[in-house]
Design a protein around this ligand. Structure first.
Ligand SMILES: C[S@@+](CC[C@H](N)C(=O)[O-])C[C@H]1O[C@@H](n2cnc3c(N)ncnc32)[C@H](O)[C@@H]1O
Length: 396
């Protein structure tokens, strides 16, 4: 963690400023100190302590804390002060893009338990997942967001991405805007290696979007791709993002009111109907199209997705004082005109009939039924929104 990041951090539970209470290993890069392991503590609250492990500050509320985080904190209790890890200068670990790609491949092959004897379908699924992760890591599947933002966001000096697995979207935003501060916050940092680039331009923070550990108005732009539908209290997530960011770009979905759920269950009305009924409809649909899934699996997937309607989302953002702009028609226009986008699935039809695509996108948006939700919100955070109370922010 670059040491200067402390300036924008606050306690995810009490909202108090954080200070660096202890530094173990650290290194210097481009004249800046980076902490490899250490402890952050809320000012005046010695019981609110959060570890920095493998360069990542773990700033999740207590009930999210994992065993290794607790073990580090326990080992650094005040009454053990004499046995604390001593401050020590080390060399930074550098991970190149090639190393990261090899890491992604290894992990996926392990997850799918791939061997020479694996059936072709398993191999195909694993390769599909690797391709997706690589495009995320390289940011190639997020370029359209940067294009959609270009007319409305001229320059920004600080960027936060919430729910990014890799710094892919942030990498694109960084290439476009060259911000001096770029952070990715996620409830799980699955690929810490992705942040160990030679220049450490993007910082990773383990954080829950429902209780973001950043001071109000810390970022000029907050951006997020396909995270909000996984957040149980999306209103708390939206409130936190609008509190820490002046502008907030959110892509998520599918829209609760689009009649076909794409991306999680892939069945009609799965996001619209009450979940117990949606599970049966999905089971029959998947059986009918030859993609049968066991009922417990369908229920488990549905339990992890929280579908939100486009209009309800806009109403909430405006209630919080934001000015909203629905970017769905613009995103469709960008997809249709993108010569490099592979013409697969619905894209094939959209590209063939660009006018029809534009008309349908505008019609669906007017009806509040666009399949995916893309909004840019001017949150007014710079104008000094009062920070939400900590009770409201923490929803789990
Ligand atoms: C479907 S993935 C999307 C990944 C990537 N942003 C993309 O567009 O492909 C959802 C991500 O949201 C993260 N996430 C889920 N709940 C979260 C929360 N409460 N706070 C922060 N991140 C969360 C998950 O860890 C996961 O990385």
């Amino acid at each position: 963690m670059i040491e200067s990041l402390v300036e924008v951090l606050r306690c995810p539970e009490s909202g108090k400023d954080l200070t660096l209470a202890h530094v173990g290993d650290w290194f210097e890069l481009n004249g800046q100190r980076h902490v490899v392991d250490g402890i952050l503590q809320a000012v005046g609250e010695p019981d609110k302590r959060y570890p920095i492990l493998d360069e990542i500050p773990h700033l999740v509320p207590r009930w999210w804390v994992k065993d290794e985080e607790q073990a580090y904190l326990d080992a650094h209790l005040d009454d053990h002060r004499l046995d604390w890890n001593e401050e020590r200068r080390v060399e930074p670990e550098i991970v190149t893009d090639e190393d990261l790609e090899a890491d992604i491949r290894n992990r996926m092959e392990r997850q799918y338990q791939l061997t020479d004897a694996s059936p072709p379908l398993t191999r195909q699924r694993c390769e599909g997942e690797i391709r997706y992760m690589l495009s995320e890591a390289r940011g190639t599947n997020k370029l359209k967001y940067v294009k959609a933002l270009a007319p409305y966001v001229e320059r920004v000096d600080s960027v936060l991405e919430t729910g990014g697995n890799f710094p892919g979207l942030t990498r694109n935003l960084q290439e476009r805007y060259r911000p001096s501060l770029a952070v990715v916050a996620n409830i799980q940092i699955l690929f810490p290696k992705a942040f160990k680039t030679p220049n450490r331009q993007i910082a990773a923070v383990r954080a829950d979007v429902q209780a973001l550990p950043f001071k109000s108005g810390s970022f000029e732009l907050v951006a997020s791709g396909f995270m909000l539908e996984h957040v149980p209290d999306w209103k708390a997530g939206l409130r936190c993002m609008m509190d820490v960011g002046e502008k907030v770009f959110l892509a998520f979905g599918p829209n609760k009111w689009f009649p076909f759920e794409v991306g999680h269950i892939n069945a009609p009305l799965a996001g619209t109907l009450p979940k117990p009924i949606a599970a049966y409809v999905a089971w029959f649909w998947l059986a009918a199209v030859g993609r049968r899934r066991p009922m417990h699996r369908i229920r488990a997937i549905l339990a992890e997705v929280f579908h939100v309607g486009s209009r309800a989302f806009r109403r909430e953002a405006e209630r919080l004082g934001g000015m909203t702009r629905n970017l769905f028609p613009e995103i469709i226009d960008i997809i249709v005109r993108d010569a490099n986008a592979p013409p697969t699935g619905p894209r094939k039809v959209l590209k063939r009939f660009p006018r029809l695509a534009g008309f349908s996108a505008r019609l669906l948006t007017t009806l509040g039924m666009e399949p995916q939700i893309y909004y840019l919100i001017d949150s007014g955070a710079a104008a000094g929104h009062p920070p939400p109370s900590s009770e409201l922010r923490i929803s789990r």
